[in-house]
Each structure stands twice: as structure tokens, then as C-alpha cells.
Write a protein of this length. Structure first.
Length: 354
């Protein structure tokens, strides 16, 4: 089973992409609405097919990306059945022991309530990996003071359901505010200051009931949105650009396909950032404005701004940097030409000599 850990800096949320290496089927766990472009790009670049989006619980500090990923991939959405009609938009309600299969791999749902009443820990079928959400954190545990949380219940969930896993089982939490990425069951059983070592239920409950944490800032927005599976109230899918089919790569580069540009040359301004010698050797896209990358910063005033800008170079690397410079200068309607002149030429799209 292949695991990739992704991070949202605003909410300190970890999102996990878990894939079957044989079939390329995959699931996402604990996605973030604002990161759906990143998450879709990673799927595409790794050649994976999304089977399901799973949430460990109904989050109070961020909105899930489940609905958005469903719109683009047709995947299913799994979350605890305990939320009932309140989360009726989920088409994969999960109970303790339910199996989420993807290719030849599988995750088993373990009910671990306490942080909220609907918390689930997803455990690999061979018990080598556990995605514990906010139930068990690295050297910590999820707060229990909202959404039917209960410290006594969480103690039992961790002790009897999570700590029952093998010592070597890797713990992947839903959050960490100190940059820690993973732990193991054995480590947490020995060293977790809230529930590890010789701590009993009185110790754990006393600790948890005296945290005195501030109310989550986004709870009044996040919980209602998550009960809609992350669907915006207006039901609209946010667009990356209103002028063309721009997409974001996993590296964060905004790019567009050469075929679309060739069909819409009159609607965009191509900006060629190659050296003059390169342009003469291979030709240029008709109508191009030609400014070498090393001159672009001081010649931004020479860039036409009446149309969206498509930056191009030999293979798409220097032009990706050009789009970064353009956006920093306030030119938001811009994108990189995927594959550069190299791909453009391979597709036999029009070039002219200079």
C-alpha cells in the first residue's frame, strides 16, 4: 500500500492519499476544500483512479474537499454512519468493521468515538498503518468538548481499539501543530503524556477536561458545510480561471493544454521567454510577444495585458517561472503552456519563422 502525506498549513491538517500499487486505485483521507486542485493534480500525475474520499470525522476546523472531488472523479464519500440523516449526502456510511476496498488493498473502519461521536480510525488490513484522525494524535489526543465528545469514551476508544494494534503499526494523525508527521502504536503507548505509560482513565479524563482550549475559530462555518459533504451553499464548483481550461499541477504551476491554445490564439497573448537563438532555430507560435525570461522582470511594462497571457519556453520550465513573475506583478490571467514549444511541435501545431 502506497501512502502520501499532504499538509494544509492554514488548518494544520494532514490529508492522506492511499493507493494500491498494482491497480492504481486510491482513496483520500481527510481532504481540505481549498486543496482540491493540489489533490486532483497528484492523482493525475501519479496516474491513479480515486475510488473514495474518507473522513475520520465531521471536522470543526476545516471544510472537507469530498464533494469537490466527487464532482471531478465520480468517487464515493465515506464517513461514520453515526451521523445519520445529518450527513445523508454521504453515499458510503461506515460502521465498525466495514471494509473500504481499493484494488487489492483495503482499509478497515474502527469506530473510535470520543473526540466526536462519529470518529473512525482507518486501519490497513494487515494492521501496519492506522489513520487515527483526531482520536489519537502524536503525543496527544483530540479534545472532547464539542460535537458529543466525551473523554471517558475517548479513553476506551484509544485503549481498547487503537492500542490493540501491533506496536510497529504506524500512526498517521489528522493534525499536528509541531511539525511531527508520524508515530507508532508502541511509541504512543509508552510515551503519550495523556494516555501512555501508567495513565489510567482518571488521569486521562482529568487531563482532557482541564485543557481550557479556545473554541475552534471555524466551527460555525465548518460543521454545517461538512454536514453538506463540503458542498457550497450555492452548489457552484469554484473555477480556477474564467478564460480557459487552466489547471494546477501538484507543484502549484497553472498550466493549459497546447491544443486549446492553438484553437484560441486570437483570445490569448502568447509570451515566448526563450532566447532569440532558440526562437530562430525552432520557430515561434504565431502572434507571440518575445521577451527572454532574464529580461522579463524589468520589461513587465512591455507585456500586453489586453488578453490572458500564455507563457511558453522550450519545455515549460522557464515559462512556469515566468507565470510566477507575472502573477507577482498582479497579472492573474496567465498560465504556462504545458510541454512548451517541444510538445507544440510534436503535435504539429502552427509555428512561424523569425
Amino acid at each position: 500500500m502506497r501512502v502520501r502525506q499532504l499538509y494544509d498549513a492554514v488548518s494544520s491538517t494532514y490529508t492522506y492519499l492511499v493507493a494500491d500499487p498494482t491497480t492504481g486505485e486510491a482513496v483520500y483521507i481527510d481532504t481540505v476544500f481549498e486543496q482540491h486542485l493540489r489533490d486532483r493534480a497528484l492523482l493525475a500525475e501519479l496516474g491513479l483512479r480515486l475510488v473514495a474520499v474518507l473522513d475520520t470525522h465531521c471536522h470543526a476546523d476545516h471544510v472537507t474537499g469530498a464533494w469537490l472531488l466527487q464532482q471531478f472523479t465520480g468517487c464515493r464519500y465515506g464517513v461514520s454512519r453515526r451521523y445519520g440523516e445529518a450527513l445523508s449526502c454521504a453515499d458510503m456510511p461506515l460502521d465498525d468493521g466495514d471494509v473500504v476496498a481499493f484494488g487489492r488493498s483495503a482499509l478497515i473502519a474502527r469506530a473510535t468515538p470520543g473526540h466526536t461521536d462519529g470518529c473512525i480510525t482507518y486501519v490497513a488490513a494487515d494492521e501496519t498503518v492506522a489513520f487515527t484522525g483526531d482520536a489519537l494524535l502524536i503525543r496527544g489526543a483530540g479534545r472532547c468538548d464539542f460535537q458529543q465528545g466525551n473523554a471517558h469514551t475517548l479513553y476506551q476508544s484509544i485503549k481498547t481499539r487503537i492500542f490493540a494494534l501491533p506496536d510497529a503499526c504506524i500512526v498517521y494523525p489528522g493534525h499536528d501543530y509541531n511539525g511531527r508527521t508520524a508515530s507508532t502504536i508502541g511509541e504512543e503507548r509508552a510515551h503519550n503524556p495523556r494516555i501512555g505509560g501508567q495513565a489510567d482513565e482518571r488521569d486521562f479524563v482529568g487531563f482532557m477536561e482541564n485543557l481550557n482550549l479556545p473554541h475552534p475559530k471555524l466551527i460555525d462555518h465548518a460543521v454545517p458545510a461538512n454536514l453538506r459533504c463540503g458542498r457550497p451553499e450555492d452548489g457552484r464548483v469554484p473555477e480556477l480561471a474564467d478564460w480557459g481550461p487552466v489547471r494546477q499541477t501538484y507543484a502549484g504551476v497553472l498550466e493549459i493544454e497546447p491544443e486549446w491554445v492553438a484553437q484560441n490564439l486570437a483570445r490569448v497573448q502568447v509570451l515566448d521567454v526563450r532566447q532569440r537563438m532558440e526562437q530562430q532555430a525552432s520557430g515561434v507560435i504565431p502572434g507571440s510577444c518575445m521577451i527572454p525570461l532574464e529580461e522579463l522582470r524589468r520589461r513587465l511594462a512591455d507585456v500586453p495585458r489586453d488578453r490572458p497571457i500564455v507563457a511558453v519556453c522550450h519545455a515549460g520550465m522557464r515559462s512556469a517561472q515566468a507565470t510566477t513573475l507575472l502573477r507577482a506583478a498582479g497579472i492573474q490571467a496567465c498560465a504556462n503552456l504545458r510541454g512548451g514549444v517541444l510538445l507544440w511541435s510534436d503535435l504539429r501545431l502552427p509555428l512561424e519563422q523569425v
